[in-house]
Design a protein around this ligand. Structure first.
Ligand code: DC
Length: 223
């Protein structure tokens, strides 16, 4: 890693379907930094809670689980693999059923505190591109570069729909759009770690931009 990017933290926030994941991955690759998908961490914890039969609204039980769970994100063959206590759960955490349940876990303040602690530890070790909802506001409020990506809801739903169809899931566009709107609501109305643009984040509307255009725009600010 070049000396000037060592310990560099890039925060990328935005709602579901704003293009964060694709863009963050490419920005991290281009800078030679680790890529941290914080949504995958909330997803993996939700999966473990469901498998353990824990009530997702039981704050104490889910917090205890968060503290005793090991979540690793590893780059393998160009894609990010997510390990839950050593088991590869990369596919299990992306089903629509699981996706709709993450909000229960993500709204528990003590669970978020534990996740934030783990995310800071990873980011501080070697620098990283972190993507999520509260990176620029809570996890790394002093990040050197902060971006907030957004796009029209129709376009965000269209992207999610395409992803799911490509993953051979049987879904209806209108259902996906409803899910995206519901997720916006739960992300923005949480008491802690709510989705919001940090005052000093650079806003990028990705509705009419290609992935390459967004990546280049972000890199032009960073370089
Ligand atoms: O980015 P994603 O769609 O994979 O995120 C999954 C869920 O996790 C989503 O409901 C929002 C939540 N999340 C969060 O609360 N805080 C983060 N930093 C990242 C994701």
């Amino acid at each position: 890693m070049a000396k000037d990017v060592e310990h560099l933290v890039v925060a990328i926030d935005g709602p579901a379907g704003s293009g964060k994941s694709t863009v963050s991955k490419l920005v991290a690759k281009s800078l030679g930094l680790l890529y941290i998908d914080t949504g995958a961490m909330y997803r993996a914890l939700t999966l473990k809670a469901l498998r353990s039969g824990i009530d997702l609204d039981d704050a104490d039980a889910v917090t205890a689980l968060a503290r005793s769970t090991r979540i690793d994100l590893k780059e393998e063959g160009g894609s990010l693999r997510v390990y839950l206590d050593g088991e590869d759960v990369s596919l299990d955490i992306r089903t629509p059923e699981l996706t709709n349940k993450v909000k229960h876990v993500a709204r528990i303040p003590s669970v978020r505190a534990e996740m934030v602690k783990q995310q800071r530890a990873i980011g501080e070790r070697s620098g990283a591109v972190l993507e999520g909802r509260d990176i620029g506001t809570v996890v790394f409020p002093d990040a050197k570069f902060k971006f907030y990506l957004d796009a029209d809801v129709e376009e965000r739903a269209r992207r999610r729909y395409k992803e799911l169809v490509e993953a051979n899931q049987k879904v209806e566009f209108e259902d996906i759009k409803k899910d995206v709107l519901l997720r916006d609501e739960s992300d923005m109305k949480r008491d802690v770690g709510a989705l919001k643009k940090a005052a000093d984040a650079i806003f990028v509307d990705t509705t009419h931009l290609s992935v390459e255009e967004v990546v280049n725009r972000l890199l032009s600010y960073i370089r």
